[in-house]
Design a protein around this ligand. Sequence first.
Ligand SMILES: Nc1ncnc2c1ncn2[C@@H]1O[C@H](COP(=O)(O)OP(=O)(O)O)[C@@H](O)[C@H]1O
Ligand SMILES: [Mg+2]
Length: 347
Amino acid sequence: MLLEREAELAQVAEALRAAAAGDSSLVLLTGPLGTGRTALLHQLPMLAEGEKIRVLRANAAPMEQDFDLGVVRQLFDSLLTGVPEDLRGQRIEAGVDLCRTVFSDDAPPLDENGAVTIPEEALYGLRSVLATAGAERPLLILVDDLQWVDTPSLRWLAFLVKRLHGLRAVLVCSLRDGYRRPGDPLLGEIVEAARRVLRPAPLSLGATKEVILEQFGVPGDEEFARACHESSAGNPLFLKSVLADLAMRGHRPTAEHAETARSLRPAQLRERLASSLRAQPRPPRDLAAAIAVLGDQAEPDLLGGWPGWTRSASWPRCATSTSWGWSPPSRSRAFSTGWCRTRSSPR
Ligand SMILES: Nc1ncnc2c1ncn2[C@@H]1O[C@H](COP(=O)(O)OP(=O)(O)O)[C@@H](O)[C@H]1O
Ligand SMILES: [Mg+2]
């Protein structure tokens, strides 16, 4: 059950209508950890149901970042799977030689630094496979977690987003806040090419009540619902993790469990947060460690000397979202008063 995402679905539906008429575009889906980017991407193929639209998808993962062309292969696999052999051959031919590299098990060619090289004609070749497929039916191309896409695939995506004209396609990419790989301008190029940027909003109190009802099968007490809404700050991942943990403990959504709902930090959530932090550059990790150790004593003035960080009025937006990809509920003054990384620091 996806709540309060009608506006985002409508925007992508609009982009699909335009693409069918020849106006292709890139839609970027952003936000911190747990705001529902993946859930929304999963919902998008519903827009293609009953329409003559083909869906291609790929999910990037941190463990697969070294798997060269992995994301491109995922996308084209879904284009070629189930296609009759002769048509498949035609599609591969349309992509000239690179398609053989991409679709065969041969290792891609390497340059003198050992990096995968993709010749320019190969970039065009893959695009022309999409053009052929798009001429049959408009394409909805979904890429989850752009921040983890392997570099050769990212290069191709950066090439593609500047050459969507002439295709009949909507490319929807999700990108977690705060992930700019050092020295990687490709992500920046993709971000700049977006026609629409969607940022799923925090769930309202009303939606929080619906999630509680779904989890427990009965409506929650008002006090319990408010506690869940405030402590999760409308973040669906946080909310669902807390509710699942409470249900596992045999608690009911009553007022007497409101305080527990406020203070619970389920193991599953802690693990997601920890892995999110582990993937961050050094300064935010160090600062997080300092805040964890200092707790409520993590006064802005005390943290002021932290290398690479300085005070800012926009801490929650700038530091937690932009640098960590996660907006925690306000637990200490450091989270609520304002800190922001502004200088580039050793990573
Ligand atoms: N709009 C929503 N309504 C209800 N549940 C949601 C919504 N968005 C996300 N969720 C749930 O919250 C959890 C985290 O969402 P997810 O899509 O994995 O977040 P993200 O990809 O942004 O980190 C998942 O269990 C998902 O089903
Ligand atoms: Mg996700």
